[in-house]
Design a protein around this ligand. Structure first.
Ligand code: MF3
Ligand code: CO
Ligand code: CO
Length: 263
């Protein structure tokens, strides 16, 4: 596997792409409440990315994906398609996945969970999933293997009786939306896929964690991935840069406490 190492000039462009993706959540968050449709959320994000940021929503027309964002509610694992029929209601949990492609041609990819009203079960799943992301991020530095990060995620999820989705993974990112390496979030690495991290690599961690079994299936729309057993699923995602000493979180939001990361 040939994992690209970004040049300092490319890293600057990745920083800008990451900042832009983070800013979409900052714009959108006050709008997300019971009653809004996923179609309205998608239009707000689309218009902000195009008109305010001067960038492109990378999912739109990506292998035929019809919308600017992915909105995945409750038992939807990922790649939910926004529409004007799906209104958020109290007790729902939703993942919103944003990928911005800047005018410079670089990608920033991030996703967060929204809890609508109250959901004890959903809040716990979302919190543990975010902890899976954060604990694995905190272990990033040159010399670490992808499988070590995956084991951190799997151990934490399984400690809570949850399962780690196997059918979708994290990925290298840069001028390409999805570059090498593939990042499996569970311990399923063949020796040649188990890349050793080096400074200048950019990739995403985006664990999808289920309350029931890890098995998924894709609906007839060709995109929407759901849990086979209809259990809840949550996901959090950041775009990350491996530095000489650790990690830089390219899609960090201003409201996010990342003080657990050293250096
Ligand atoms: N943003 C997703 C990811 O994290 C990919 C969405 S591809 C789409 O990799 F086509 F479904 F939008
Ligand atoms: Co991604
Ligand atoms: Co994403």
């Amino acid at each position: 596997m040939n994992v690209p190492i970004k040049t300092p000039a490319e890293i600057e462009k990745m920083r800008e792409a990451g900042r832009q993706a983070a800013s979409v959540f900052e714009m959108l968050t006050p709008h997300v409440k019971a009653g809004i449709t996923t179609g309205e959320i998608d239009r707000l994000c689309h218009d902000y990315i195009v008109n305010e940021l001067g960038s492109t929503p990378a999912p739109l027309n990506y292998h035929g994906f019809p919308k600017a964002t992915c909105t995945s509610i409750n038992h939807v694992v990922c790649h939910g398609i926004p529409d004007d029929a799906k209104k958020l209601k109290k007790g729902d949990i939703m993942n919103l996945d944003i990928t911005v492609k800047t005018a410079d041609g670089y990608h920033g990819d991030s996703s967060v969970m929204f809890i609508i009203g109250e959901s004890i079960k959903g809040e716990r799943l979302s919190r543990v999933t975010r902890e899976c992301l954060y604990k694995s991020m905190a272990a990033i530095k040159p010399g670490v293997h992808l499988s070590e990060l995956a084991r951190i995620i799997q151990r934490h999820a399984e400690d809570y009786g949850y399962s780690v989705v196997r059918d979708f993974c994290g990925h290298g990112i840069g001028a390409g939306f999805h570059e090498e390496p593939q990042f499996l979030h569970y311990d399923g690495y063949s020796p040649d896929a188990d890349i050793e991290l080096a400074a200048g690599m950019c990739f995403t961690i985006e664990p999808m964690i289920n309350t029931g079994s890890y098995q998924t299936r894709v609906l007839r729309d060709g995109w929407t991935a759901v849990t086979r057993d209809r259990g809840l699923s949550a996901q959090w995602e950041h775009t990350l840069l491996v530095t000489e000493t650790g990690v830089e979180v390219l899609t960090a939001r201003s409201d996010e406490d990342l003080s657990f990361i050293e250096g």
